[in-house]
Design a protein around this ligand. Structure first.
Ligand code: HEM
Length: 208
């Protein structure tokens, strides 16, 4: 059996990815499945389905985001700020000991973490408060369309950010080299994949 530190490290990394799947999985459910679905439902059906569906989905969505962030921050400290024997400081994964500058690996994870933290903020300080107010009837009827529109805008923004963010998560351990062209490619591929998914979400999956 490897030492305790390695076991804890793997469990934190596993928890991070598991919670990330729960969070991003619900984000894609809301954007690729629920938005087209809501467009086909009449008001009576919405009144009976949404109070059962949305609070449950929003619970896994926001707590998935919280656990992903906390496990991700612990993973960051373990990889980039723990030098062993109970001592903390920049590791060679963060600062290149020969060049004395930040490593390419660290540049990738900072890119991914900045996008991930913006997404987490949008969930807890924009999307969830808006959805909670709508679901609990705290929004006056004339204001509800604007509140719904703003929540959708931030949810769409998070969906677009998720594409490049995942490059930022995988590139540190599995790619390494950072350059402007590779960063641009990660952003473009990430955004195009999400755009194509949103665009086709209203058409796919219809039984003939
Ligand atoms: C919310 C803010 C987030 C933070 C602070 C964060 C932080 C981190 C850190 C520090 C690492 C380790 C990088 C390394 O190997 O050096 C990592 C890896 C990873 N993260 Fe995140 N992350 C965040 C969001 C996400 C999200 C939303 C997902 C979605 C699934 C995710 C999935 C992953 C994956 C798949 C890895 C790579 C694991 C591997 O290479 O074995 N992260 N993350």
């Amino acid at each position: 059996m490897p030492d305790l530190y390695s076991n804890v490290h793997l469990i934190i990394r596993w928890l991070h990815v598991l919670a990330g799947i729960v969070w991003i999985g619900h984000l894609y459910f809301f954007n690729f499945v629920n938005v087209p679905l809501q467009g086909t439902l009449d008001d009576a059906t919405k009144k009976s389905v949404n109070p059962q569906l949305l609070p449950r989905a929003l619970w896994w969505f926001r707590w998935g985001a919280m656990v992903t962030l906390l496990a991700g921050l612990i993973l960051f400290v373990m990889n980039y700020f723990y030098v062993g024997d109970g001592r903390f400081g920049p590791t060679s994964l963060l600062i290149d000991p020969l060049l004395g500058r930040i490593t390419h690996r660290a540049m990738w994870i900072f890119f991914g973490m900045i996008l991930g933290i913006i997404m987490w903020f949008n969930v807890w300080f924009v999307i969830w408060p808006a959805q909670k107010a709508l679901l609990t009837g705290k929004v006056p009827a004339d204001k509800a369309p604007a509140v719904r529109k703003r929540a959708l805008l931030f949810s769409r923004t998070n969906t677009y950010l998720s594409g490049p963010m995942l490059f930022g998560m995988l590139a540190p351990a599995h790619y390494g080299a950072m350059s402007f062209p590779s960063l641009l490619l990660a952003i473009l591929l990430g955004v195009i994949a999400i755009w194509a998914s949103i665009r086709s979400s209203g058409k796919v999956g219809k039984l003939k």
